[in-house]
Structure formats: structure tokens, C-alpha cells
Design a protein around this ligand. Structure first.
Ligand SMILES: NC(=O)c1ccc[n+]([C@@H]2O[C@H](COP(=O)([O-])OP(=O)(O)OC[C@H]3O[C@@H](n4cnc5c(N)ncnc54)[C@H](O)[C@@H]3O)[C@@H](O)[C@H]2O)c1
Ligand SMILES: [Zn+2]
Length: 378
């Protein structure tokens, strides 16, 4: 028996922030980073909460650490709130999830509702039961996974993403693409998650470059915001894959933005999962190859057979990455990744331990990881 459901109520489109006006007489803590904390975005959100008592914790940092989460728990202890609103990119939403989770572990009777308002179109964290936290001592990112982390309400207002600069639009958009592709070929994919992943993929293919080239294109921004959420819904149920496990290990070590490192790794993992170099008749029947072919068709690429479809999909990802000015390797990013190869036993162990590896369609060996790392290091 399989199960699929969506627990978060989603409000979307222009003006959706007004949903907040329904809140009355609540004690609220907004959790965000310093950028949001000093921006017009926070003011806009606060102006919809006039009937409530609002405090702000704006100490979240990119890739939030255990230390930041502990600080947030202390703030919650003194504020005693009814509702947390996570406002920001995946870092703020994940940080808020972890803060609420650890606080309710200490204060067992505390009941704190949770809303998420994403200001980047990338992680889909507003509808996922995941929270990615960095262990600064071990220099690695861990994904916590628990239904209790799910927001009850997500608000997707495209006005809030208009200010996202080009390079963050590129990185976060490639994160959406990676979520859609990895959820689609996951071992746990289903008809329900496939529908979500296909739509997320299509919207991203049609709108990411537009949003990148013209940040003020509100329609492209709205489509990317929806795509991010749809991809989040898909992978929340289907899980992700090896691109994400590698991104957690490599991104955690070198502090590379999540979407950027995914973008670098993705074409290599698509090639690895397709096992395309074997090119046998048997492989053409592989579900993974057929699904890559389907994605190629959605992207209007030539895909007369699974091999051609997969090969064109890989070329398309690389082309998109280049047009968004995302480097192809760690070397291009001016990062010396040789320590990854020197430390391959540890890297392999951490990739195996990562929750995303469980749903990757192809098993991995240490040799496979070594080859992939070599291509990523450059
Ligand atoms: N929980 C999940 O399901 C999930 C999935 C994928 C990734 N993640 C995690 O999410 C984090 C990445 O999140 P992200 O990619 O959204 O980046 P982020 O939250 O770290 O934000 C990136 C930068 O963009 C800025 N920013 C945010 N909104 C902006 C706006 N509207 N205008 C201008 N600047 C803005 C932020 O201040 C920050 O400097 C990583 O830690 C990653 O591991 C979580
Ligand atoms: Zn991601």
C-alpha cells in the first residue's frame, strides 16, 4: 500500500500575502535572515499583521547551523508565541522548522502553528517535511525528516521574489530543476508525484531563463514560484537522489550555494543513472531511460528513442547551466576539490548515509563515486 497527501494549504498568486490579514490577536515570531529583516519584504508582511503582536528573529544564516537553531530556541522560550512565520529562502524556512521542532521537544505542551512564506523559488521547503541543517563541527549538512516539520500554510506571492538577484535566481532555479528530475526518476516515484514533477519540470524549462534575464517579469517569476512548490510536493513524497546526496557532502564542505552545486553535479548524475554508455537493447527498456526520454519530450528536445532523449536532456541541462553563467566544475568556481578525492572513504560513507541516496534508482559503489567526484572537481 502506498500513500500520498498534501498537508499544507497553499495560497498563491499576486495578492496572496493578504491571507495574513485573517490572523487576529496572535502572538507571532517571524523567523528570517538579516537581508529579509532589513528589507521591504518584512515591512510588507508586517503591514498585513496589524491585528497581531509580532516579534522578529533575523539571525538565520545561509545553510543554518546547529548554533543558530539553538539561539532561535532560546528566543522562542522567552517569546511564547502561537505562530511562527518563516519568511525567506530555504535557509530561513529550514532554520524555522528546526527551531520549532527542538523547542517543542523541550516544551512538550507547546502548540505553535507554522506558516512558510518563501522569498526564493528553489527549495520547495514550504511544503516539505525536510529541514537541512549544517553541523559546523563536522562541516556537513544533515537532512532532518519528519511530518511534524510541515508548515500548515504556505503563501506563494510572486511580488516577494522580484528582488532576487540574477545569480540567486539561477542557482535556486536549477535547484527546482534538480528536484523535479530527481523526484521523477526516484525509486519511490508514483503517478501522483510524476504529475507534480512533470509540471514543475515544464514550468522551469519554460520560465527559468525568462526570470533570469528579466527579474521584473512577474509572470515568469510566478511560474517559477509555483514550479518550486510543485517540485517540493513531488520530492516530499518521492524523495530525491544522488545529486542531492553529493551536494550535501560537497556543498557542506566548501560552502557552495545549494542550487549552484546541484547544477554542477546534475548532468553527471543523470548520465550515471542512465548508464547510457552501455547502450544495449535491454537498457532501452529501463524505466529511468524512458523517463528521461519523456522529460526530453516535455522540453521539446529530439527524443526518438530513450538514448537520444537522455543524451539530449543532458546536453540541455549543460546548455541551460552555461546560459545562466553557472560554472561547470569546482575548478571553474576556483575551488580546489582535491581533498574530496584524498578523503574518498569518508565522502563515500557520508553519501551512503544521506537520506537522498536511498531513493536514487541506481546503486553506487566507491569507484562510481570516485569517478563522479573527479568529473565534478574538474
Ligand atoms: N527543506 C527542503 O526541502 C530543502 C530542499 C532543498 C534545499 N534546502 C536547503 O535550503 C537552503 C538553500 O535555500 P535557498 O536556495 O532558498 O537560499 P537561502 O535561503 O540561503 O537564500 C540565499 C540568499 O538569497 C537571499 N534572498 C532570499 N530572498 C531574497 C529576495 N526576495 N530578494 C533578494 N535576496 C533574497 C538571502 O538573503 C540569501 O542571501 C540550503 O541550506 C539547502 O540545503 C532545503
Ligand atoms: Zn535541493
Amino acid at each position: 500500500m502506498k500513500h500520498f497527501n498534501i498537508e499544507t494549504s497553499i495560497y498563491f498568486g499576486e495578492g496572496s500575502l493578504e491571507k495574513l490579514k485573517e490572523l487576529d490577536n496572535k502572538k507571532i515570531l517571524i523567523i528570517c535572515d538579516k537581508f529579509i529583516g532589513t528589507s521591504e519584504i518584512l515591512k510588507k508582511v508586517q503591514s498585513n499583521l496589524e491585528k497581531c503582536d509580532v516579534a522578529v528573529f533575523d539571525d538565520i544564516i545561509p545553510d543554518p547551523t546547529i548554533k543558530v537553531v539553538a539561539k532561535g530556541v532560546q528566543v522562542l522560550k522567552s517569546e511564547k508565541v502561537d505562530l511562527i512565520i518563516a519568511l525567506g529562502g530555504g535557509s530561513s524556512i529550514d532554520g524555522a522548522k528546526a527551531i520549532r521542532e527542538y523547542y517543542t521537544k523541550i516544551e512538550k505542551n507547546a502548540k505553535i502553528d507554522f506558516y512558510a512564506i518563501p522569498t526564493t523559488s528553489g527549495t520547495g521547503s514550504e511544503v516539505t517535511e525536510y529541514s537541512v541543517i549544517t553541523n559546523e563541527q563536522e562541516n556537513i549538512k544533515y537532512a532532518l525528516a519528519d511530518k511534524k516539520l510541515l508548515p500548515s500554510v504556505a503563501i506563494l506571492d510572486p511580488e516577494l521574489v522580484k528582488s532576487v538577484p540574477k545569480s540567486i535566481t539561477a542557482d535556486t532555479g536549477m535547484d527546482v530543476l534538480t528536484h523535479a528530475i530527481e523526484a521523477y526518476i526516484s525509486k519511490e516515484a508514483s503517478d501522483f508525484t510524476d504529475a507534480l514533477a512533470e509540471k514543475a519540470f515544464e514550468l522551469t524549462v519554460k520560465n527559468l531563463e525568462k526570470a533570469y534575464l528579466n527579474g521584473g517579469d512577474l509572470q515568469a517569476r510566478e511560474k517559477m514560484h509555483n514550479a518550486s512548490c510543485l517540485a517540493g510536493l513531488a520530492f516530499n513524497s518521492a524523495g530525491l537522489g544522488l545529486t542531492h546526496s553529493l551536494a550535501h557532502v560537497i556543498g557542506g564542505r566548501f560552502h557552495i550555494p545549494h542550487g549552484k552545486i546541484n547544477a554542477i553535479i546534475l548532468p553527471h548524475v543523470v548520465r550515471y543513472n542512465s548508464n547510457i554508455e552501455r547502450e544495449s537493447y535491454l537498457d532501452s527498456k529501463s524505466e529511468v531511460l524512458k523517463k528521461y526520454q519523456k522529460l526530453a519530450k516535455i522540453a521539446d528536445l529530439s527524443a526518438i528513442n530513450p538514448f537520444m532523449g537522455t543524451s539530449n536532456l543532458i546536453n540541455f541541462i549543460v546548455k541551460l547551466q552555461k546560459s545562466l553563467l553557472i560554472p561547470g566544475t569546482l575548478k571553474d568556481l576556483k575551488i580546489d576539490g582535491s581533498s574530496l578525492l584524498e578523503d574518498i572513504d569518508n565522502v563515500y560513507e557520508n553519501v551512503l548515509k544521506d537520506i537522498c541516496t536511498k531513493t536514487n534508482p541506481r546503486e553506487i559503489t566507491k569507484e562510481d563515486i570516485k569517478k563522479l567526484i573527479k568529473s565534478i572537481v574538474g
